[in-house]
Each structure stands twice: as structure tokens, then as C-alpha cells.
Design a protein around this ligand. Structure first.
Ligand code: HAM
Length: 432
């Protein structure tokens, strides 16, 4: 038995049938991002592992369990770098912002990335892959709560323009370096006597990443989560004011939202505003984001506020299919050139005609090899071309092209046929 290779587990081919969805999401999201003043950036797929360890954080699933990291081949001095496939987009964008001195530009610097591949060695399941793609935005150098609302408003507008409905916006503030440490102590005090009854993961979270205690999905821990102290009650005055302003401005953007005190996000770099969107029918987050005012400093830069989100392309497309949202139909073939006869002259003229049509922006096809007339007409039919252009010895001799209107044919009528001068065919097809 010959061995057949398959894509790796958790990795998917994105086949031509699905591409119209991708194109629709990409074009819609890019148009909205431009409308809000965001410019595109793409960063390398491989980065120094340290940037993810230091920003996303030790103790997070993404860094501890899911990152594809490895030692590169040694250089001539025998030294090798530990590098990682990008698990998320923010750290690389902030690294690029610092490396290219973008802090010297007028602030904020507003950037987006599109269909950017991310790799996480997660357990594959519906809507969860080992390679996924994100549309993401990052705004650096501005702490005004208006930009938090803008970010969420932008994202909401993308969903609306895609035609998605029943979207829920979850919002929380997780405080900053002034008030969060105190909250974490309060949370630890609450959990300490309950720890022996917590799941194994929570016993680790208690020490490594206590905020994530609130994100536990185990049934046994749900009552503890419900009764846990709420971070909203521990926010310092500046964080409280910031959060209140975000909510006010969100109303200006017309975004309906609900406050969710358990939303803590799975990456360590967040401060203050955090958000996720879900659909009514699926608990998987369609996107996630938040403020990360301390991230640039962790990477060696000056204190620089920042905020952003990542939207999972695969999850959005799944949701579009679930809601019956279809992408616009792609332009179909306008003309299909059929060679009548197998001489070199006819073949040359066929290739020339199809080239001329394409150079003039007309979507054109021809059949390859030396198929007979019937076989070619079958191809015309399956291509749904508007016109079949017939080219044979007679047409060549007279400087003409025979044009069969396939649309009349499809309507159940005899295909209308006319002969057009070869030099007028482009104009004719552009007109009809
Ligand atoms: P994240 O929540 O880890 O945030 O991922 C963002 C989105 O990517 C998720 O909401 C989901 O739609 C999608 N996603 C994540 N993991 C998978 C997966 N295994 N399979 C399919 N889709 C997935 C971040 O990555 C942050 N960098 C977002 C951000 C940008 N925060 C600030 N700026």
C-alpha cells in the first residue's frame, strides 16, 4: 500500500471553495481598519522565544504548554538561538514598534495585521486548531479611553458589515500595576482555605497565575468562582475612571456590551480594559483583546500604553456559515475561447485571443490540449461563461470571431450567434 501524506493534526488546507469567505472577511476588515486610520504591518513568523515568555507570560497555557519553540541550527561559533513560531501577534508588533523607532512618530501608531498565521499546540477540536489566522489591530502610544472604545467599535463594525448578528460583547477591567497586586492578594486570601478542594490546574494557578483561577472550567470550582471577590470592587480611582469613560464612549459607538467580572484573558500582559466577543450559540471567543500598558517596557522600551485585539478568521467564518451569511459571488468567466480545429495557426490565434482579452481586463478561459468541439463546449457550460468565442480556419481567413451567447442558451433558447471582427471583439465584449 502506498503511503498517503495528510496535513498534520490541527492543521488545515484552506481550499478554493472556502476562499470567497476569506476574501470577504479580509476585504471587509481591511476597509474598516483603514476607515479608522489603521495601517497594515506584518511581522516575521519566527521570533526569539524570549519575547513571548516575557510578555504572554510563564504560567500561561500558550507559553507553557502550546508554544512551538526550538533551538535553531548553531551558527559558526556554535551558538544557537531558541526561536518560536508566533503563538500570538501583539509581542511581535510591539517589538517592531520599538525596533523601528515608531515611538518617534505622531502617537498613537495604529496598526493592523491580516490573516496572520499563529501556532499553538492546543488539543484540536471544532474551532480550535494548531494553526489559526488572525485579523488584529494594535494602537500604541495612547492611553485615552476613547481609543479603547474605538478598538471595540471598529471590531463591532466589522461584524455588522459582514452581516453577523447575535454578537455579545463582554467587557471587564482588570486594573493596573497599582491596584491589581492588592486584588490578587484578596483573591489568594479567599482561595487559600479552599485550595485543597480545587482542581489540579487551579492549585498551580494559585501560585503562578492567580487571575486565571476565575477562568477555570471545572464544575467543582464554579461555586468558588461565583463567590470570589470581584476585581471591579478593587479598582483604584484612575482605573475606575478609565473604565467608566470606556463604557460611556462605547455608547457613542452604539456598541451593546455586558460587563463580565470573570473575564480575565489568557495572556499576562493585559492591564485595565479587556474584552471578548462571542456569538449567542457558541462559547468559543470570536476575538479577544485588551489594553497592555506595560508591554513595551517588558521588551526594553519606554513606558508606552497600548491596546489591541485578535480576531480568529476561522472562527468568524464558522460563525458566518452557522448564521447562513454567504460571501459575494465571485466574478464568473465572461468569455471562453473554443478552438475549431487542431492546426498550429488556430492554436496560436486562440492563445493570442485569450491573452488579448485578459490584458483588457476581461475574465477569459480557453481549453488546453487538443480537445474536440463537443468536449470544449462542455467546458464552456461548466465554466458558466457568458460567451463562447469560436475560432477556426474560416474565422481566421475572414478576420472574424464567432460569438455564441451562452446566456440565451441557458434560458432554454437557441444560443444566439453573431460574427464580430477580430479587432472589435474586445470592445464588443466590454459592451455586452
Ligand atoms: P487570543 O484570545 O489568544 O488573543 O486569540 C485571539 C483570537 O484568536 C481568539 O479569540 C480566537 O478567535 C482566535 N484563536 C485563538 N486560538 C485559536 C485556536 N487554537 N484555533 C482557532 N482560533 C483561535 C491574542 O492572541 C492576543 N494577541 C490578542 C490581542 C491583540 N490582544 C491585544 N492585542
Amino acid at each position: 500500500m502506498p503511503e498517503h501524506y495528510k496535513a498534520l493534526q490541527g492543521f488545515r488546507d484552506i481550499l478554493p471553495d472556502e476562499q470567497p469567505y476569506w476574501r470577504f472577511v479580509e476585504e471587509t476588515a481591511a476597509a474598516v481598519a483603514h476607515l479608522y486610520g489603521y495601517k497594515r504591518i506584518e511581522t516575521p513568523l519566527l521570533e526569539d522565544t524570549a519575547i513571548y515568555r516575557r510578555t504572554a507570560g510563564e504560567g500561561t497555557d500558550i507559553v507553557d504548554k502550546e508554544m512551538y519553540s526550538f533551538d535553531d541550527r548553531p551558527d559558526k561559533d556554535g551558538k544557537s538561538d531558541n526561536i518560536a513560531l508566533r503563538p500570538e501577534g501583539t509581542a511581535g508588533v510591539v517589538r517592531a514598534y520599538l525596533e523601528h523607532g515608531m515611538f518617534k512618530l505622531p502617537q498613537p501608531v495604529k496598526l493592523y495585521y491580516m490573516s496572520t498565521p499563529m501556532f499553538r499546540r492546543d488539543k484540536p477540536q471544532a474551532g480550535r486548531y494548531r494553526e489559526h489566522h488572525q485579523f488584529g489591530c494594535e494602537a500604541l502610544g495612547e492611553s485615552d479611553p476613547a481609543i479603547d472604545a474605538e478598538m471595540i467599535g471598529l471590531l463591532y463594525q466589522v461584524y455588522m458589515q459582514l452581516g453577523l448578528r447575535h454578537i455579545r460583547v463582554h467587557l471587564n477591567s482588570i486594573g493596573d500595576r497599582n491596584c491589581r497586586p492588592q486584588y490578587i492578594e484578596t483573591l489568594r486570601d479567599y482561595y487559600r482555605p479552599l485550595l485543597s478542594t480545587c482542581c489540579e490546574d487551579c492549585q498551580v494557578r494559585f501560585y503562578k497565575n492567580p487571575l486565571r483561577l476565575l477562568d477555570c472550567k471545572e464544575a467543582q470550582d464554579q461555586p468558588k468562582i461565583e463567590n470570589a471577590p470581584k476585581i471591579a470592587d478593587s479598582l483604584c480611582e484612575p482605573c475606575r475612571e478609565h473604565f467608566a469613560a470606556v463604557q460611556r464612549y462605547l455608547t457613542n459607538y452604539g456598541v451593546p456590551f455586558s460587563l463580565n467580572s470573570l473575564l480575565v484573558r489568557g495572556l499576562d500582559y493585559y492591564t485595565r480594559t479587556v474584552f471578548e466577543f462571542t456569538s449567542e450559540r457558541d462559547k468559543n471567543a470570536l476575538n479577544g483583546g485588551g489594553r497592555y500598558d506595560g508591554l513595551a517596557e517588558i521588551l526594553g522600551g519606554q513606558p508606552t500604553p497600548g491596546i489591541g485585539f485578535g480576531m480568529g478568521m476561522e472562527r468568524i467564518i464558522l460563525e458566518m456559515k452557522r448564521q447562513g451569511v454567504t460571501p459575494p459571488v465571485e466574478e464568473h468567466t465572461h468569455a471562453f475561447v473554443v478552438a475549431l480545429g487542431k492546426t498550429a495557426e488556430v492554436k496560436d490565434a486562440t492563445v493570442q485571443l485569450v491573452a488579448d482579452l485578459r490584458h483588457s481586463g476581461i475574465k477569459a478561459e480557453m481549453s488546453y490540449g487538443d480537445r474536440g468541439f463537443k468536449a470544449q463546449m462542455k467546458q464552456v457550460k461548466s465554466s458558466s461563461a457568458d460567451y463562447a468565442l469560436l475560432l477556426g480556419e474560416d474565422e481566421l481567413a475572414q478576420g472574424l470571431v464567432t460569438v455564441k451567447d451562452q446566456r440565451s442558451n441557458e434560458a432554454g433558447m437557441e444560443a444566439q450567434q453573431v460574427q464580430i471582427k477580430r479587432e472589435e471583439i474586445v470592445d464588443y465584449l466590454k459592451e455586452y
